[in-house]
Design a protein. Structure first.
Length: 335
């Protein structure tokens, strides 16, 4: 990195709720089919929370797993950064509730709202706090509960079938090995496409009040997506930003040991992989079993790959995402 001290990922953790929801189950609620969903997205099933589970519950489990691996407790953490588009309440942000749950005393906590690229934005925030020397340990977590936000009806089927619930976390600390750390972090946004994938209401853009019965009737509280437009932008921006990160750090595609792509659609990831000529064994997808868990998807992939030994200490890992905003980015890390 061009500035500060090197930063390592000292612990990874993930959690998904136990309830498996198959495509056939969704087909009972809307006009869709297992065949359509698998063919268009690669998704076979996803996980949904039960009624007693909140975003904080999911995030806490992922955080505790990452903290255990790094050998720290809540009292040791200097800053919590939560990436989410699933607010526990309208305000304060999810980080307030999680900070309390983790026993972080009065240590600072903030939310980052960058949707499916949220984890990468939050990672960059955390990394900068450690590299600058302001903090020693920053916990970064992505968490989503989509199952309470999508519309389980034919009107909302294009979005509803794609998303699932989950959480993934990493702990950041100063690097301890030579060459360890972040080689590059590239982030982008393009707000002119904000309404191509968004939830319009409730929102303070709406006068005289943030949501009305008419708006609810119209379904403005549900996500709306121009699927083809999102697809086209994702398959362009993801390879572009990976190449940008590689160029900045002076490494080649072949130097990268492992690629983790945001899990939005298997076809997007296959397309990105083939454009960059990445061998399939250097990538990992779990969208088949979890669907798209937005800010949680990349850290869940990372935690699973670390746990299964696919990613080892010393590996050069590229993590890349694209999502609503539009936002996109990549992180290149020597693990
Ligand atoms: N089940 C069955 N049919 C569905 C459906 C569903 N769940 N959702 C949409 N359809 C229908 C559409 O209404 C359309 O019908 P029509 O031709 O009669 O109008 C038809 O299927 C084809 O829709 P289309 O949007 O052209 O399909 P697609 O090949 O683009 O695939 C997506 C749809 C959503 C899977 C795809 O566009 C996509 O993955 N986009 C990116 C989404 C994404 O990644 N979002 C998150 C970014 S973080």
């Amino acid at each position: 990195m061009k500035y500060g001290r090197a930063v390592k990922i000292s612990g990874t953790g993930m959690y998904v709720p136990p309830r498996v929801v198959t495509n056939d189950e969704l087909a009972k609620l809307m006009d869709t089919s297992d065949e359509w969903i698998q063919q268009r997205s690669g998704i076979k099933e996803r996980r949904y929370v039960d009624d007693d589970t909140s975003p904080t519950d999911l995030a806490e489990k992922a955080c505790l797993a990452a903290m255990e691996k790094a050998g720290v407790t809540g009292a040791d953490i200097d800053l919590l950064v939560v990436a989410t588009l699933s607010p526990e309440h309208f305000f304060p942000g999810n980080s307030a509730f999680l900070q309390e749950r983790l026993g972080m005393g009065t240590a600072p906590a903030m939310d980052v709202r960058c949707q499916c690229t949220g984890f990468l934005y939050a990672l960059n925030v955390g990394e900068l706090f450690v590299s600058s020397g302001q903090y020693e340990r920053v916990l970064v977590v992505g968490v989503e509960i989509h199952s309470r936000g999508v519309e389980f009806a034919t009107r909302g089927r294009d979005v509803a079938v794609l998303f699932g619930d989950g959480a993934g976390a990493v702990l950041l600390e100063p690097a301890t090995e030579e060459n360890q750390g972040f080689l590059s972090m590239r982030l982008h946004a393009q707000g002119k496409h904000a309404d191509k994938l968004w939830v319009d209401a409730p929102g303070m853009a709406h006068a005289p009040t943030m949501i009305t019965n008419d708006m609810l009737e119209e379904g403005m509280q549900f996500p709306k997506m121009d699927g083809r437009f999102v697809f086209k932008n994702a398959v362009t921006r993801m390879p572009e930003v990976i190449r940008e990160g590689l160029a900045e750090s002076n490494v080649s595609i072949d130097d990268v040991d492992f690629f983790l792509f945001h899990q939005a659609n298997m076809r997007i990831n296959e397309f990105v992989g083939s454009q960059l000529k990445v061998p399939p064994e250097k990538t990992y997808n779990n969208i088949q079993k979890y669907g798209n868990s937005s800010a949680a998807s990349i850290p869940i992939c990372l935690a699973e790959c670390v746990d299964s030994g696919k990613i080892k200490r010393g590996d050069l890992v590229a993590m890349t995402g694209f999502g609503s905003g539009f936002t996109w980015g990549t992180a290149l890390v020597r693990f």
